[in-house]
Ligand binder design. Structure first.
Ligand SMILES: [Ca+2]
Ligand SMILES: [Ca+2]
Length: 82
C-alpha cells in the first residue's frame, strides 16, 4: 500500500462530517458533488453560486463545503428540515 493511499484511508476513517454527502447528490459515489451533480438535484444552482460554494476551488463540493452552503442558506438541507 502506498503512502498516499494510507493517508487517504486514515483521513477517511477520521473524517466526521456533519452529514454524509447524500447519495442522490453524489451520483457517481466519489464523495464529492460536481456542478453537474449539484444541478441535477438543484437546477437553480448557477455557475456563480457553485463557485461561491466551492470554497477551495477544486471544482467539486465536499462535505464541509456542502455543510457550509446549507448553513449559509445557499442550498436547502438534504433532510429538508426547516
Ligand atoms: Ca460525485
Ligand atoms: Ca471544493
Amino acid at each position: 500500500m502506498s503512502r498516499v493511499s494510507i493517508v487517504a484511508l486514515l483521513s477517511s476513517l477520521f473524517a466526521v462530517p456533519a452529514f454524509a454527502m447524500p447519495a442522490d447528490l453524489d451520483m457517481d459515489g466519489d464523495g464529492l458533488a460536481s456542478l453537474a451533480e449539484l444541478q441535477t438535484k438543484y437546477p437553480e444552482v448557477s455557475d456563480d453560486l457553485f463557485l461561491e460554494i466551492d470554497a477551495n476551488a477544486d471544482g467539486f463540493i465536499n462535505d464541509d463545503e456542502l455543510t457550509a452552503a446549507v448553513d449559509a442558506e445557499l442550498l436547502p438541507g438534504p433532510t429538508g428540515d426547516q
